[in-house]
Write a new protein. Sequence first.
Lengths: 378, 358
Amino acid sequence: MYNQTEIIKDTSELGADGELVINMGPQHPATHGVLHLVVTLNGETIKKIEPHLGFIHRSIEKMCESLTYRQFIYVTSRMDYLSSHINNLGCALLVEKGMQIEVPDRAKYIRVILSELTRIASHELWLGAMAMDLGAFTPFFYAFREREMITDIMEDTCGARLTMNYIVPGGLMYDLHPDFQKKVKAFITQFKSKVTEYEDLVTNNIIFQSRTKGVGILSAEDAISYGCTGPVARASGVSCDIRKIYPYEVYDKVEFEEVIETAGDSFARYIVRVKEMNQSIRIIEQLIDNIPEGDFVAKTKNVLKLPKGEFYSRVETARGEFGVYVVSEGGTTPHRIKFRSPGFSNLSVLNHIAAGGMIGDLMASMGTLDLVIPDIDR
Amino acid sequence: MFSLEGITTSVQDWLFMKFNPTMALAMECIIVILLSISLFALLGLVLVLMERKVAAHIQIRLGPNRVGPGGMFQTVADTLKLIMKEGLVPDMADKFLFNLAPFVVMMVGMLLLAPIAFAKNFQIWDINIGVLYISAVSSLSVIGILMAGWASNNKYSLLGAMRSGAQIVSYELSAGFAVLTIVVLTGSLQLSEIVKAQENGWWIFKGHIPALIAFVLYIIAVTAETNRAPFDLAEAESELTAGFHTEYSGMRFALFFLAEYINIFIVCAIGATLFFGGWMPLHIGHWEAFNHIMDYIPSSVWFMGKTFFLIFLIMWFRWTFPRLRVDQLLNLEWKYLLPISLFNLLLVAVIAILGWHF
C-alpha cells in the first residue's frame, strides 16, 4: 500500500527506462468519479494500470449492520446509484426470502417494470458518458433526452429521480401513480422512434467503430476467472444473466433474450448494452398492460427479525450480478452484511484488457466496462 | 455601391494630405494594428458564441440565452471573468516559456491576417507569395504549443504537446498540397490574383473533380491543424484533461482559447479564398444579368458568408464525430490523405497543362 507522500514521490520521477507514470484521477474527466488510476506509460503505450480505490468509501456494509432490515435497503441506493432500484430489490428479496413473506403479484410486476426502466436509464447514461469518453459530446444529450422521461416516471412514482427507495420488504412503499401506464407507454414509443438515432450517430460511425473494435479484448476464460458479470461478461460470450439463470419476481413469466456477443471487445460490450435496452423495452411491453389489481404490499410485522442463519440473494443490475449476503443472529439488524458489487470485479480486468494499448484505448475499455465508483468503493 | 475600398482610400488620402509620407505610413500601420486587434477580440467573442449556439442546436438544447438578448453578451461576461481571474503559474514551470507560449500562438494568428483579402481591394498586405507566406507562418503555431506543453512541467501537457507536434507537422503536408492544386490552376501565389482568377466561376466549380478533392482534403487537414475534433488529440479532454493548456488559467488560457478560434477563422478564410473565390460574388460564365445582380451584394458580405459557412462546417464536425486515436490519426494522414493529395496534384497539373478547366 502507498501512503500519500509515497504516491507523490513514486509518480513524479521518471522510471529507469523512460517510463512515464501519470495519475489519472481521482479528478479526471474520464474516470467518472473518484477512481484513481496510476498509469505507467511508455510514450503513448500503456504498460501497466493500477487502480487505487477508496476515495468514496463510506463503509456502507458496516453502516448496514446498525440499521434494521427495513432501513438498510435504502443505503444501497447510494452504492450503484444508477441501478438504485435494482439494488433495493436485491435487499428486499433477501429479507422476503428470510422471513418467507409472500409478495403480492402487483408488487412483483411493478418491481420488474421499474427494474427494467432503471436498466434502460442506466444504459442510456452509460451510452452518453462512453461516447463522451471517446470524444463525441452530442450522443450524451440524445441519450439524456430519453433518460429524462424515465426519471420523470420515477419521480411520479416514488418522488425521487435517482435514489428511488421505492421498495419495502413485502412490496412497495406506495401504489402506482395513475398516469404510470400512460407515461411508460409514451416512453416506449419515444424510445423506439429515437433509438435509430443512436445507430446513426454512434454505432455506424466509422471513427467510433475503429476506436472500439478489437480494443480491450476480454476472453471468456478471463471473464470467468476475473468474476466479471453483466454486459461485460456477456460480450465475451459468457451466459450469466441472473434474470435467466435464477429468475426472481416475474422474470420467468416474460419472454426476453439474453444478449450474448462473442467478440469480447469494446464494441461487443457496446452492442450488448444497446441490445439489452431493446430487450428491456420488450419486457416492459409484456408487463405494462397486465399489472394485476390487488395489494401493493404484503402484511408484515412491524419489527422484522431474520431467523438465525446465512442468507444470500442476487439480482441482475445494469452492471452485472449484485449479491447480498447477510449473516443473521436473529436480531433486528444484520450481524454481518456483504455486498457483491459487479463494478468491483469488472474493474479488476482493466489492467488485463487495457495494458499494451494506447491512452485512447484505455478510455474505450474503461468506458465500456461501465464503472460506477461508489459501487466499487461502497 | 457600398464598398470598403472607398473608406480606405479616403483615409489614406487624408493621412497623406495632413502628414509627410513617413508619418502617414506609420499612422497607417498603427491603425491597421488597432483594427486587427479589435477584429481579433470581436472574432473571438462572435465565434465562441457561434460555437456554443451551433453546439446547442446540434445537441437539442438552447445554449446561452441569459446574458443579453439571445445570450449575445455571454462571451463578453466570460471574457470579463477570465480577465479578472488569477493567472496561476505552476511552481516548477519554466516561467519565461510558460508566459511566452500563449503570445507565440496568438502572434501567429495575427501574422496570418496580413495577406487575407477581406473585401474587394481591402487587404492589409497583398504580398506576391501570399500562399507560401501563409503555409510558412501557420506552421509556427506548433512552436507555441510545444513550448506550452514543455514549460508547464505537467505530464498531460507534455503528452498533448507531443501529439500536437506530430499532428500539425503531418497534416501541414496535406493542407499544403491542397493549396498547391489551386496555385497550379491559377498560376500565382498571390491571393489577389487567385481571387481574380475566379471572376467567372469559383475554383470548386470550374476546377473539376480535383478541386473538389482538394477542398475535402483541405478541410480535413485544417481541422487537424487547428486541433479541432475529431482531431483534438492535443486537448483530448477525456484522455489528457486539457492537453497542452492543462496548467493555464485566467487570461493566458483565454489567449489559447482565442487563438484556436482565430486560427479557425483564418484557415476558413483561406479556404474560402482559394476554393470559393474569396470576396468574389457568385458568377456563372456569361449570365450577365445574374452576375450583375450578384455584384450588388457587397464583397465583404460574400467573403464573410463563405468563411462563416466553412466555420460552421468545422463546428459541425466537432459536435458530430468521436475523437480519433493517435495512431489512427497519423495513419489517416500518411497512408490515405498524403497519397491522395499527391495524386490529386498530378491530376490537376495535367488538367492545367491541357487547359481543361474553364
